[in-house]
Design a protein around this ligand. Structure first.
Ligand SMILES: [Zn+2]
Length: 482
């Protein structure tokens, strides 16, 4: 066991500039976030990775409930015929479906689809729940797993099974549904920026990139450290497409029977992939304090048993003081040299490390080290708690600012196609688009880059479509994406 640990400690993390994709894989492995399972494309989320997901869930759940959304749970299996009721929906998801044909030793009369998303099963249920305009809005979220049979998978970013939340709402009017779709996008934006320290661009997807079955898809897009985009959350205005397919109707105040207006919105464990790629460095994971399972790790250092008792006692005292103020603290008093202990928590991205040795004890101080900058400070006991709390806030803010500066530095514009092709690698390109699906498809075929979003708050200015040169007032963000 200890041999195995020593080996893991010695294995270096690949540098980002050498191989970005290896670097990502090394961090997932060495920070003990997740690993591959015997089923290709499925992942085991390890306790440390799952603790990050739990922190995400907890914060998001609070934000949903503040919008009066309630949690419920719908079945994993969906009758195959449900999927075929909304034409675009089935077309979009058919290639990725896992289907159960046998169960209990017999062939099933109707195959069951393992949910790739739950619009169909949920709206079939809603049609029974909703009678009157008084039943609306119906605002429900479920925390669940979904399965999409992906051919090319990467831990957290694209896996066959993943964890997520999916919100599904029904409204009496189009305006209400549209408004709620945007409110939930704002919830995701605030979560990404305030909790993940991840700046995002908000906007609408082009028709070819929207959710299968939606009228409009809104999204938050983030830049990773290789300049690629990560779609980090989506909110869909479904219009009445599904309501008509699943008979989600209500009797309105004017006595007329009408179809409901619907929305759905979701984020997944993919966010953990985004978190890793936005902030981490060549030494390992870097976590924003608000998502760190341990915000502070205390490492007591001693040479004798007598010293050990004294420094461990002090460590416990500091832990209690910090926890009283709501800080999540871990003491690592394992019987190991300090170096390997520092190294392990550095790889795991703990924002602040506190070292206490006999000399610190005698001086009434400790040494505090920031994970993100490696800055060291000697703190006296009197100021320790307040300083650490301020430091955690500062790290959270600095990580956001750093990511924002990086995005700004790597967002460029292009006015003609040759120039565009030169700069598309590693950048967000802000440019004009005429709105034609052909131009979009040709850009994708030539460069593998896609229109990530059509940002909100477009200006009045006109420009030329980067592909065909036609005049347009629509600016878009084009990038390669995960
Ligand atoms: Zn064009």
């Amino acid at each position: 066991m200890s041999n195995k640990n020593d080996k893991a400690e010695q294995k270096a993390i690949t540098k980002r500039e050498d191989d970005y994709s290896e670097w990502y894989q090394d961090i997932v492995e060495q920070a003990e976030l997740a690993e591959h399972s015997p089923v290709r494309g499925c992942m085991v989320i390890k306790p440390y990775g799952y603790a990050i997901w739990e922190l995400m869930q907890k914060d998001l759940d609070k934000r949903f409930k503040a919008k009066e959304v309630q949690n419920a749970y719908f079945p994993l299996f969906i009758p195959q015929s449900f999927l075929t009721k909304e034409a675009q929906h089935v077309e979009g998801f058919a290639p990725e479906l896992a289907v159960v044909t046998h169960a209990g030793g017999e062939k099933l009369d109707e195959p069951l689809v393992v949910r790739p998303t739950s619009e169909t099963i949920i709206y079939a249920t809603y049609s029974k729940w909703i009678q009157s305009y008084r039943d609306l809005p119906l605002l429900i979220n479920q925390w669940a797993n979904v399965v999409r049979w992906e051919l090319r998978t990467r831990l957290f970013l694209r896996t066959t099974e993943f964890l997520w939340q999916e919100g599904h709402t029904v409204h009496a009017t189009e305006d209400d549904a549209e408004d709620f779709t945007k409110q939930m996008l704002d919830v995701y934006k605030d979560f990404a920026e305030e909790i993940m320290a991840l700046p995002v661009i908000t906007g609408r997807k082009s028709d070819s990139e929207k959710f299968a079955g939606a009228v409009r898809t809104y999204c938050i897009e983030a830049m990773m450290q290789d300049g690629k985009a990560l779609q980090s959350g989506t909110s869909h205005m479904l219009g009445q497409n599904f309501a008509k397919a699943f008979d989600v109707k209500f009797l309105d105040a004017d006595g007329e029977e009408k179809y409901g207006w619907q929305t759905s919105w979701g984020v997944s464990t993919r966010l953990i992939g985004g978190l890793i790629m936005a902030h981490s460095d060549d030494k390992g994971l870097v976590l924003p304090p608000r998502l760190a399972p341990h915000q502070v790790v205390i490492v007591p250092i001693s040479a004798s048993e007598q010293e050990q008792e004294a420094v461990n006692g002090k460590a416990l005292e500091i832990k209690d003081q910090l926890e009283e103020k709501g800080v999540r603290v871990k003491i690592d008093d394992r019987d190991m040299r300090p170096g390997p202990r520092f190294f392990e928590w550095e790889k795991k991205g703990v924002p602040v490390r506190i070292e206490i040795g006999p000399k610190d004890l005698a001086a009434g101080s400790v040494v505090a080290v920031r994970r993100d900058t490696a800055d060291k400070a000697t703190l006296t006991e009197e100021v320790l708690v307040d300083t650490v709390i301020d430091l955690l806030d500062q790290i959270q803010k600095d990580l956001f600012d750093k990511a924002l500066n990086f995005r700004n530095e790597n967002t460029v514009s292009a006015t003609d196609y040759e120039e565009f092709k030169k700069v598309i690698e590693g950048h967000f390109v802000k440019t004009y688009w005429c709105g034609s699906a052909d131009c979009e498809a040709e850009i994708k075929a030539d460069t593998k880059a896609t229109i990530r979003c059509i940002p909100f708050n477009q200006g009045e200015e006109m420009g030329k479509c980067v592909k065909c040169g036609k005049e347009s007032d629509v600016q878009v963000i084009i990038a390669k994406a995960y």
